[in-house]
Design a protein around this ligand. Structure first.
Ligand code: TXA
Ligand code: MG
Length: 334
């Protein structure tokens, strides 16, 4: 149990080894284009249970089920027109759709809900693994419950390494934040459950301009229930997180940058003003995609460097910036 996991380069032979572990009911950490996942067979109850146990995740927080292509999902879900349109436009890719499930998906996967969250990922390593199997893969992010999501194999190794047999190393995750989740149980009333790399606008446009409600907990004026398990406090590093507005500096900047325990994180490299070994930035040019790509990696690095207080600049609140700000607000929640 305390033996450390093996990190596998994604060779054909190693993919076969990981596929066999999964057939045997074990769990394997896999790279995706969003964040690393902790994969297991959702059709076997004991494998799904292992995922929850390894993460320390409450059983009322349902899992996403990943398929190699939409055709493979059809036997497990109720299809509708909106699902077909978005599958055509966004899959394989960072979009998760909540749809009504069929009986073949065990209750433990969906926390007893009649719906299931599904995704066809585009990371080539994850896809090769899925194609080797005759079952889909349930995979939440491969972090201990409540902690920052992993974007490198080494993040998984240092947190869950003693609890899992294998990590497939697919390199740094391209996008760096989790998939957008859209509720399509009723195709005429779609809703966003989690902001992510594919924006609410892009989804609305893809669905012919239909209004999409924002049911994320981050939306102040919305009382609707967000995705179960999307807790206000989430994605939290060990350090305390404090946020400041986009394109501003934290008040006390010069004090902070001289305090050994405190670090300041800007969206872009500061053009002027005091910088020190306590000043960090998420991109050279402020591009939101780059900020998202680097966000979780920098936060985990600052934790490892033992900073205790992180002052982090919010992103401009549009497009993928909404997804970044959602993660930051949860990381800062007490
Ligand atoms: O990018 C991603 O989506 C990554 C990679 C590994 O695919 N996965 C991921 O999974 O972020 P996880 O478990 O960390 O977050 C999935 C969220 C859950 O917190 C839950 O709130 C929501 O999806 N969810 C799952 N099933 C649901 C359902 N039937 N109804 C509503 N929300 C659901
Ligand atoms: Mg997660």
């Amino acid at each position: 149990m305390s033996k450390h996991c093996t990190i596998y380069e994604p060779t054909e032979e190693n993919l076969d080894i990981c596929a066999q572990l999964l057939r045997d009911g074990d769990v394997v950490s896999v790279p995706t284009e969003t964040v690393y996942g902790l994969a297991g067979n959702p059709l076997r109850e004991e494998s799904a249970r292992r995922i929850f146990n390894v993460k320390g995740r409450p059983l009322l927080d349902p899992l996403i089920v990943h398929f190699p292509e939409v055709a493979a999902a059809k036997q497990h879900i109720e299809l509708n027109a909106a699902v077909e349109i978005l599958a055509e436009k966004c899959w394989p890719g960072p979009l998760t759709m909540v749809v009504n499930k069929k009986k073949s998906i065990p209750d433990i996967v969906t926390a007893g809900l009649p719906s299931v969250a599904i995704r066809v990922p585009r990371h080539p390593v994850f896809r090769s693994l899925l194609r080797r199997l005759d079952f889909p893969l349930a995979a939440p992010s491969a972090n201990p419950f409540g902690y920052v999501s992993p974007t490198l194999a080494s993040h998984v190794a240092s947190t869950l390494g003693k609890r899992i047999p294998a990590i497939l190393d697919g390199g740094p995750c391209e996008l760096g934040i989790e998939s957008t989740i859209i509720d399509l149980r009723d195709p005429d009333r779609p809703a966003i459950f989690r902001h992510g790399p594919i924006s609410q606008c892009a989804l609305s446009e893809a669905l012919g301009g239909i209004d999409i409600d924002d049911h994320t907990a981050g939306k102040a004026d919305n009382k609707a229930q967000a995705a179960p398990g999307l807790l206000t406090k989430h994605y939290s590093p060990t350090a305390n997180v404090h946020l400041f507005e986009h394109n501003t500096c934290p008040t006390r900047l010069s004090e902070i940058t001289h305090h050994t325990n405190e670090a300041v994180v800007f969206n872009r490299k500061p053009a002027f003003g005091p910088t020190s070994s306590h000043t960090f930035w998420l991109s050279e040019d402020g591009k939101a995609e780059t900020v998202a790509h680097n966000l979780f990696e920098l936060i985990q690095r600052l934790d490892q460097l033992n900073f205790k207080e992180l002052y982090i600049e919010l992103a401009e609140n549009k497009g993928i910036g909404k997804a970044i700000n959602d993660r930051l607000h949860r990381a800062a929640a007490k």
